[in-house]
Structures are given as C-alpha cells and as structure tokens.
Unconditional design. Structure first.
Length: 260
C-alpha cells in the first residue's frame, strides 16, 4: 500500500469514527466543534505563524549553499542536512499527492451520480453537487506540489532541455527564488486574513442543505502555498547539491505514479 493510500485510509477511518461518536453522543462532536473548533484553530494558527516567522530564513539555506558550493567544498553536515530535508519534504508531498489522486475517482463518481439524479430521476442533492466543487479544488491544490516533484508541470523553454545537469540546476535554483517561492508567499500572505475570517465563523454553504465545510475548502488555498514553498525548498536543495558536485537523493518511486 502506498503512503498516499494509507493517508487517505487513515483520514477516512477518522471521519467515520468521529461520525459514529457524534451519533452515539447525540451530537456531542458537533456541539464541541461549534463551541471550540474556531478558538482551537486560531491558537494553532498563531503557533504556526510564529514558527513561520522564526523559520523563514531557512528558505535561503539552499541558495547560500549553491553559491558557496560553486567555489568550495560544502561541509558534510550541510550536505547531509540538505539531503534529509529533501527526503522529508518529498515524502510529505508524494504522500499528500498520492492521497489527493483519489479525489479524481470521487469526482467522476459524484459527477455521474449528479447527472443521473437530475436527468433521470428529477432529483438534485445540494451536498453531492457541492462535493464536486470540493473534490475538484482538493485534487488540484493538494496534488500540485507532488506534480512539481515529478516534473509534471508545463515547461515552456528553448534552452533548458539542451543544458547539462549543472546548467539545469542553476535554472531551477533561479526560477525557484525569483518565481515559485515569491508567488506562493504572496498567495499565503493574501489568503491568511481570508482564512482567519472563514474560521472565525466556521463558514458553511449559503444553501440550507449544503455542506457546512466552506472554511475547510478555503483553508486548502494557504495549504497549497505552503506545500509549494516546501517543494521549492526541496528543488532548490537538489540544485544546490548538483551545483556543488554532490549527488542529490533519488526522487521517490511513487512520485510520478499518479494512476489509481
């Protein structure tokens, strides 16, 4: 079983367990969520914000390592740390991407069901129709980082394919720091207040019979930015090791195996 499959199975079991507990306690889980979920999320967000402000200088480590590695031999502790960071980030994103691919199957099933219900039986389920929007968003937002890891994003270039490994590493490094990381920091910064407001009221669907999880859907936007920044760090660390003449860790075997 792939890591992504284990992740989606664990989340499914957790949701079923919470649903069962909610039923057995007469809505105890729902009552606790209404009373405490927003404040707990605010506290967790504050802690993550502090950690982000403290740790943001680490973004520059791969760039500094690449510049230093061009002229000197990098210390063993630094190269070892870069390899561990690459392995850790790649494992996280390949697992999340592997789990997200199941939304593609769910999207097909839900869409087909909506069509059959509406045009065959004349019945429409708002929750099921909205679940299509959720799965579509989760599929693309959570699979983007693993797609970047598998080099699956569209590249429009003339010279890159003809470069040697060190030349490609320089292009990847420069592109990461001039485009990928700044753009995703902008997305993260602009979506923070957006996410805070939706968690403060635990925003739900405007339809009375819709899904009460709009706050979770909107949270996927900053999570996407964080995952892309992390994958950018991994890409930059790989480039730094290549520029320094060291061997970067192999890409996870399941990174490009996105089929169900």
């Amino acid at each position: 079983m792939r890591a992504g499959d284990r992740l989606i199975l664990t989340l499914s079991v957790l949701v079923l367990a919470l649903t069962l507990v909610d039923i057995l306690t007469g809505g105890g889980v729902a009552a606790w969520s209404a009373a405490h979920l927003a404040s707990s999320a605010h506290a967790a967000g504050s802690v993550l914000g502090v950690l982000g402000r403290i740790g943001w200088p680490l973004l520059m480590v791969p760039l500094l390592a690449a510049l230093a590695g061009r002229f000197i031999t990098l210390p063993g502790a630094l190269t070892s740390g870069l390899r561990r960071a690459i392995t850790f980030i790649d494992t996280i994103n390949s697992s999340i991407g592997g789990a997200a691919r199941w939304f593609a199957l769910g999207l097909v099933i839900a869409t087909a069901t909506v069509v059959v219900q509406r045009y065959v039986f004349g019945y429409a389920s708002t929750k099921l129709a909205e679940s299509v929007i959720y799965m579509h968003a989760f599929l693309f937002l959570f699979a983007s980082a693993s797609t970047l890891l598998a080099n699956g994003h569209v590249r429009v270039d003339i010279f890159y394919a003809k470069m040697d490994e060190r030349g490609k590493a320089w292009v990847d490094l420069i592109g990461t720091y001039l485009a990928l990381i700044p753009m995703n920091i902008l997305i993260l910064w602009t979506s923070t207040g957006y996410m805070n407001s939706t968690w403060r009221i635990l925003e739900r669907s405007r339809e009375a019979d819709g899904l009460p999880l709009v706050f979770a859907l909107k949270t996927a936007i900053p999570l996407f930015a964080v995952l892309m920044i992390l994958q950018g760090i991994s890409m930059a660390a790989r480039a730094a090791l290549t520029i320094a003449g060291d061997k970067a860790p192999a890409t996870p075997a399941n990174a490009s195996a996105g089929e169900l």
